[in-house]
Design a protein around this ligand. Sequence first.
Ligand code: 1GP
Length: 249
Amino acid sequence: MKVKALILDTLKRRKMHMTLLDPAKQPIPTAGDISERAFAAGTDAIMVGGSTGVTQENLDRTVDEIKDRCPLPVIYFPSGANAIAKRCDAVYFMSMLNSRNVRNLTGEQWKGAPIIKSLGLEPISMGYIVIEPGMKVGEIGEADVVARNDLSRAVGYAIAAEFFGMALVYLEAGSGAPQPVPEEMVQEVSKSVSIPVIAGGGITSPEHAKVLCRAGADIVVTGTLVEDGDFETPLREIVETVHGTKTRS
Ligand code: 1GP
């Protein structure tokens, strides 16, 4: 089964958790070790990507290591067309909808699309919206960040993503954000679109996951959490919370 079909099929039954690994942040064997332990903790997929320091070499080696050690789908979460993960199962074909720079809207995409096509990788289209504070990805992506209280702008971008035919919409507070995207924003966005809503950035506790899932997030992403050597217990608790929350009807 293709990865998008697997995601949509799983979401009919339960919500999902994905673990983000940044190839620039740990030695290659450690990435494999983290993916193995994240799988054991119940995560549904491994996303690979980062805002800075991702090279074709560290990306390929990281994905190879994860694929060798973990049976989960590996989805490339790109920051540009400079590196494309050849051995991943799918790639988020994404546009940062609130970037001020056309490079992040369609520029990297026109460069990356033919490469993805020639490699035969599965693209999963996604509208990416950076919410305040946005952290590194907001800075690098030259995002005109959506203020935490600007629900109508977040909703507008999300509906635009749906109208563009994108399969998913991602509300991103930025990796390491002091707090996740606001509950009210997730609630308004999920009420306004029928495509799955991903929430990421600053999610570090089961309580965060519970609030966001109850507000309507379909997929919860955590990254920084697994950079701490001892992440199994909090990760398992987050995953159980996500899997245990009722799906959107
Ligand atoms: C970043 O949303 C992800 O793209 C994960 O964020 O590192 O804060 O978990 P954290």
